[in-house]
Design a protein. Structure first.
Length: 66
């Protein structure tokens, strides 16, 4: 399973930290409007990668999913 996490603020970063202790997924892309915030949240596990996304833009999110 692959996971797209949209938002790496307090809740998103906590989700990433908890997910890092689980093995039910193979990869997670952590995204945020602020790429550096996504990169910090993604740094907790080698299965994670970071990307910038504008969640208010359906096109931006759809492009990332593709």
């Amino acid at each position: 399973m692959r996971i797209l996490l949209v938002g790496a603020g307090g809740v998103g970063a906590a989700f990433a930290a908890i997910a890092a202790r689980r093995d039910f997924f193979e990869a997670m892309v952590v995204t945020d409007y602020d790429l550096s915030r996504a990169e910090r949240a993604a740094a907790v596990d080698p299965r994670f990668s970071a990307a910038q996304v504008d969640a208010s833009s359906a096109t931006s999110v759809a492009d990332l999913v593709r």
